[in-house]
Design a protein around this ligand. Sequence first.
Ligand SMILES: [Zn+2]
Ligand SMILES: [Zn+2]
Length: 272
Amino acid sequence: MFLADYHVHSDVSQDSRASMYEMVEAEAKMGMEQICFTNHCDMCDWHTYQFNPSCLTRVSETMEKYNAMLAEHPILPIDVRLGLELGEPLFDTERAQAIAASPELDMVMGSLHILQDYGDLWNVKFTSPEHCRQIFHDYMDELIKMAEIDYFDLMAHIGYGRRYMWQQGWDEKLSLEGYGDKIEHLLRLLIDNGRGIEINCSGIRDGCGPFPDPEIIKLYKDMGGEIITVGSDAHKAGDAAKCIREGYEIIKSCGFEYVSTFKKRKCEFVKI
Ligand SMILES: [Zn+2]
Ligand SMILES: [Zn+2]
């Protein structure tokens, strides 16, 4: 079966120390045929909550490291695509749009980690189930705003805040029961605007389930959504392609017969 990991970080991201080649080798060993690097390009700085100037050089850094890798290893064991995890595009939508238009990129993922009133989700101290639910509601409102911009291809890890809630002992998740109207609204916008979603397998790896939950993936499919990728969100070689196979099984069980790949922002469907 065709297997591609479409959410891979390397040391172009500030939270990874793995070289691109280390990741490529590890992904190849795990049986991936294709991967897409999606290094962080955050419009908002994680610490200062101000505009993050390093986002302006992220694409050129990606190209430098990619070209350096090719100079050393002219033949790569797998097909490597270059994408970007574009964080907080609403923070500076003009610059975000300009970065997303970089002709070197194969794919751009829209991503949300920082909420106006709470800061970065990994840093929030969750105090009660109600607190978690309030944050999920605000998160959905923000994702809906983000879905209205049209310069990314996929929306990253919908509902991933569960990981941090779960780590702090709160078993809350973005479910249709609790947030159905907002989820449906979000998926409708994405589908109508020709954008897709990913199944992010990092939560399977951590024990709290994929992002989004399979019931949301199934709803996306039932509503006519076709564009989906599977990603490990690995930041180190040891996590490369972890739980990707489970991710493929889940999307198949939700009715998908094709996975999406991207070349120069053009979506291609591959049978799975
Ligand atoms: Zn992310
Ligand atoms: Zn990521």
